[in-house]
Each structure stands twice: as C-alpha cells, then as structure tokens.
Design a protein around this ligand. Structure first.
Ligand code: FE2
Length: 437
C-alpha cells in the first residue's frame, strides 16, 4: 500500500495529536519558554491557534513556529475567481431528491496544479459558520512550485486515487501515495507537487471541528486506526529568497498576493497542530464473526464531531480489504435510508454493494433518507452465494458521511460524467412468489 511508491527520504514522528518538538536547524527551539526576548538564531516566534485559546485542554490545538520572517510580512491580497472550487452555503441550485453517481472526471486539458485542479462535487454548511464540509475531486498535471495555499475555511483531508504527491507545509514535508491519506490543518501554508505526469484523488474540506480519532467504546484500547500509525513530518525549512505567490481561501473566495520569501521558512516548531498522514493499510478492520452486516461506523478512521453528542459533522469511513464470514446472512450492505448523508469514492477495486458502474475515481451520493443499497446483480449474487469465508480483496472505498445534507453544485449536476441512469441499478428486482399460509 502507500509506502510502496512513497519516497523514502522523509522523517516522521508517530502518534495522533501529540505534542511534538522538532528542529530543522539545531538549537532553533527556545528552551523553557515560547517567546523569549530574542529567539535563537534571530528567528521570529509565531503562534498558530487551531482552537480557541479557552478550548478544553484535551481538544486544544496550537503550534509555536520559529521562522526567518513573520508570515505577517506580505502585501495586500487581491481577489480572483476560482473556476471550479466552490464553497458553502451551496445555494446556487436546488438539490434534487435523487441518488447520484459520477464516472471519473476528465483529465485537464491545460496545465493544472492542485490549487487549480480542485472541482467541487457537493457540500454542506459554510466556512462562515465553521460547520459542514465540501467534497471535491482533483485531477492535476503540474506542481505548484512557487505558489502556496493557505485555507482559512477548513482543514483538508486528501485521499489520493492515482499518482503520488509531495505536500510541503510550513511544518514539514509529507510524501503521499494512493492508499494513504493526509490532513492539512486549517491555516497552514502548503504547496502540492506531483512526482509523475499526473495525479488525481478526493478532498474533504472540513469547515467544522478538526478530525480526530473516534471513541472505541467496547472495542477497547486498541483497534481501528491506531494512534501510533499517524505520521507527522519533522521540521523542514525552505529558506528561499524568491518571489512567491500566496493563495488564500477565505469565506469561500480566493485572494492572492506576492511576497519576497517562501512561507515555509520555519526552522523549528513545537505543538500539536500539525499536518499528518496515515496508511489506510494499517487500519485494523473489525467485523462480525457471527451474523448480520454491522453498521459501517465500525470502519470510521477519523471523525469531526458536530455540536450534538455522537453525531458527526463528518466521519471519514473506509471499506478496506477484509474477510466476510457471517453465517446465514446477506453479507453486502443492506437496503436502507439514513438521516446522515453519504458521499462515497473509490480508490481501487470494486465496492461490495455495487457489481458495476461505481469505478475508481468516481463518486456516489446518497443523501438524507433517500433509499439505497445493493444493486440487483449484487442482491442476486449475495442471496444465493455459498457462505464460506470470503476475502474481499484489492478494494478500497471510502465515505465522507455527514449529518448535514449534501447540496450539489451546478457543475456536478450538469457534469457530462454524471450517470443519468443511476436509478436503474435498482429497477430489476422481482417480487418473490409468496406461499399461502
Ligand atoms: Fe448507505
């Protein structure tokens, strides 16, 4: 999985949400205080607060950076229009009460980097309310090079589907390959480079509370995504004196300005607000060893809580390779309706509720209370299958599941890659003959 194609040169620190300390230049971290009268090496001390100062300690996230120049040193920003990256409240069109599915989006016809190649499929909430999410895809064929992005609207969960990425951030560099995910906190400067000719994948832009590990309840102290497998990069300073462009996403709009130096000029940092990555092959899947198809919440990797206890602004859920052993059970997902809204993507392979039509790079959307479930072919096969132990292999589907209903963008409703006949996957069910009692 992920590590097969990742560059081997990076150093990471393990653990989810740890209080890390890291120096790219020895002695750059002040000792015993955060803001001495003169920081080591003449560096500027700068704090980034990812939570309110008064947030309870367990959820408080902040990082101290020690940098060559303060990030306040930039010119006035000017607004520009982004062609395809949209933001809440997503009220341009009425969202139909239908199920939706899309084939992969077409490759860009011109040079397109990560900041340009994000296409919004659907979303909910708004950056202003700091609640909700936006689901995007990206297809890119260029590196950002001297262009850097700062997203004030939310953190970005990046799910590569093809092609490796190098994500250089203020706090260090992440190599990322399909099968892995990365999370870039709100407000951190970063750029995305590609190592091959092109790359594609999915992005969840989380306007709400930062992603965290789910509670484990009766599962206990181990399992699902284990904390030690989350990797945060060590400090990696980019001391480049060059004219760079900073793109700032703020209240759903795009602004840009120039400055005389790279924003990634951080010689050392300490804190618990930092980017991280995770290899989804490390996820310890739990399932039934008796009967029935469990609720998919057992596959939650990360969760962004809403203000209602137990209800997620967004759950990031995966359907990884696993054994199915349930006896006298219809093993694929059941027919159902859900108050939560489900937006799915596929990194590789086949998803076990759909025999065909849902392909890697595609998206499906089953919104609040819209009936869905296995297609007719899947139902027929699973109803008659020999229920010996079966390995679901070479597959990786995922879901951005939200308590807020996903609203479509006009672009995704009118997209040529939207499947207009998606409803027909459920048209061939037959009424079974019933016996007189
Ligand atoms: Fe569902």
């Amino acid at each position: 999985m992920g590590t097969e194609t990742a560059l081997e040169s990076r150093n990471y620190m393990g653990g989810f949400g740890n209080q890390f300390s890291t120096e790219a230049i020895p002695g750059a971290l002040p000792q015993g205080r955060n803001s001495p009268q003169r920081a080591p090496h003449g560096l500027y001390a700068e704090l980034i607060s990812g939570s309110a100062f008064t947030t309870p300690r367990a959820e408080n996230r902040r990082t101290w950076m020690y940098r060559f120049l303060p990030s306040a040193m930039h010119e006035e920003y000017r607004k520009f229009d982004h062609a395809t990256w949209e933001s809440g409240p997503f009220n341009d069109i009425e969202t139909p009460a239908n199920r939706f599915r899309w084939d992969p989006w077409p490759a860009p016809s011109r040079r397109t980097d990560f900041s340009q190649g994000i296409v919004t499929v659907a979303g909910n909430g708004s950056p202003e309310a700091q609640s909700g999410t936006a689901a995007h895809i990206y297809r890119i064929n260029a590196s950002m090079e001297d262009r850097y992005l700062l997203n004030a609207d939310g953190e970005l969960l990046v799910v590569p589907q093809s092609g490796a990425l190098v994500i250089a951030t203020e706090l260090g560099v992440l190599d990322l390959a399909p099968g892995e995910i990365a999370v870039i906190p709100r407000g951190i400067h970063f750029k995305v480079d590609i190592t091959g000719a092109e790359a594609s994948g999915y992005v969840c832009e989380n306007y709400g509370a930062p992603f965290r590990l789910p509670e484990l309840g009766p599962i206990g102290s181990n399992g699902l995504a284990n904390s030690r497998d989350f990797l945060t990069p060590v400090a990696a300073v980019e001391d480049a004196s060059k004219e760079v462009t900073i793109i700032r996403k703020f209240l759903g709009r795009f602004w840009q300005g120039t400055q005389s130096h790279s924003p990634l000029n951080v010689a050392a940092w300490h804190g618990n607000l930092a980017p991280y990555k995770y290899d989804l092959a490390r996820f310890m899947a739990i399932g039934t060893i008796s009967f029935d198809h469990p609720d998919p919440s057992i596959y939650t990797v990360l969760t962004s809580p809403s203000t209602v206890h137990g209800v997620a602004n967004c759950d990031f859920v995966i359907f990884p390779p696993r054994w199915l052993v349930a006896e006298n059970t219809f093993r694929p997902p059941w027919f159902h309706r859900n108050v939560m809204s489900e937006l799915m993507g596929l990194v590789r392979g086949v998803y076990d509720a759909k025999a065909e039509g849902f392909v890697p790079g595609g998206v499906s959307l089953h919104n609040c209370m819209l009936p869905h479930g296995p297609d007719a072919a899947t139902f027929s096969n699973a109803s008659t299958a020999d229920l010996k132990p079966h390995k679901v292999d070479n597959t990786l589907a995922f879901m951005f599941e939200s308590c807020h209903v996903y609203k479509l963008t006009r672009r995704s409703l009118e997209a040529s890659n939207r499947q207009p006949t998606y409803d027909s996957v459920w048209k061939d069910f037959q009424r079974q003959p019933t016996r007189n009692r």
